[in-house]
Design a protein around this ligand. Structure first.
Ligand SMILES: O=C(O)CCC(=O)C(=O)O
Ligand SMILES: [Fe+2]
Length: 223
């Protein structure tokens, strides 16, 4: 039975909002979250500093730093030609291993797991006012699954359909440590972040305010 002021909330259930999309609550432990937040702070410092990408001349409210390949709306490049021209940091081996473990957790086959070699990550920072409009991740030339990790404040994540930005969609609460994987029939589903819930980051996650989201992807690009 749940009571109002319970200290240990009930474990949250795993869900599949659509075929080939899975939400795994509390996947990363607090010490792992803290470790990733430390890495995020290193990435954000450069060589390509974290920045708000411009979409059709308008700065996004989310700030992004990339690994492996630099994303700017509609393309991936090795050098951040829209920031300072520097080459982005390499994609770390530990993140490839983490991505494979995420697919395993999400129920992908051994062959799919072994073949998963993400080569770019977009690490986003949301302050309490930041949002991300409904969009498809379609600048990649590969339809390999996307692995998403969340740390810090919770958000409302809207996961929709592959046709358009409108209903049907499912609103999920992504909290610190949660994993979300979308591939296969959901790889091109529209999705976005409709709000950040301030002051919901758990003690010890390494982030006092705001939310970090990391998505790893396969670009399908060669040098
Ligand atoms: O912040 C999130 O959970 C989603 C981020 C996202 O959709 C993206 O970076 O393309
Ligand atoms: Fe996205």
């Amino acid at each position: 039975m749940t009571t109002l002021f319970t200290l240990d909330p009930e474990p949250r259930e795993r869900s599949r909002p659509r075929p080939d999309a899975v939400h795994v609550p509390d996947w990363l432990a607090l010490d792992q979250q803290r470790w990733v937040v430390r890495r995020f702070r290193e990435w954000a410092a450069g060589p390509v500093p974290i920045r708000a990408a411009k979409v059709r001349g308008h700065e996004m409210s989310v700030r992004t730093v990339c690994l492996g390949w630099h994303w700017q709306p509609y393309k991936y490049t090795r050098e951040a030609t829209d920031v300072n021209g520097a080459r982005v940091l390499p994609f770390p081996d530990w993140m490839v291993r983490l991505g494979r473990r995420a697919l395993e957790e999400a129920g992908y086959s051994e062959v799919e797991v072994a073949g998963y070699t993400p080569d770019t990550a977009l690490a986003n920072y949301y302050d309490e006012h930041a949002r991300m409009g409904m969009h498809q991740d379609k600048d990649e030339h590969s339809l390999a699954p996307i692995v998403s990790l969340s740390i810090g404040d919770a958000c409302t994540f809207r996961f929709g359909n592959t046709e358009n930005r409108n209903k049907p969609y499912t609103d999920l609460m992504l909290r610190s440590g949660d994993l979300f994987v979308f591939g296969g029939a959901s790889r091109l589903a529209y999705h976005g972040v409709t709000r950040i819930h301030p002051a919901t980051a758990p003690e010890g996650c390494g982030l006092d305010a705001g939310r970090i989201n990391i998505t790893m992807r396969m670009t399908g690009l060669n040098d």
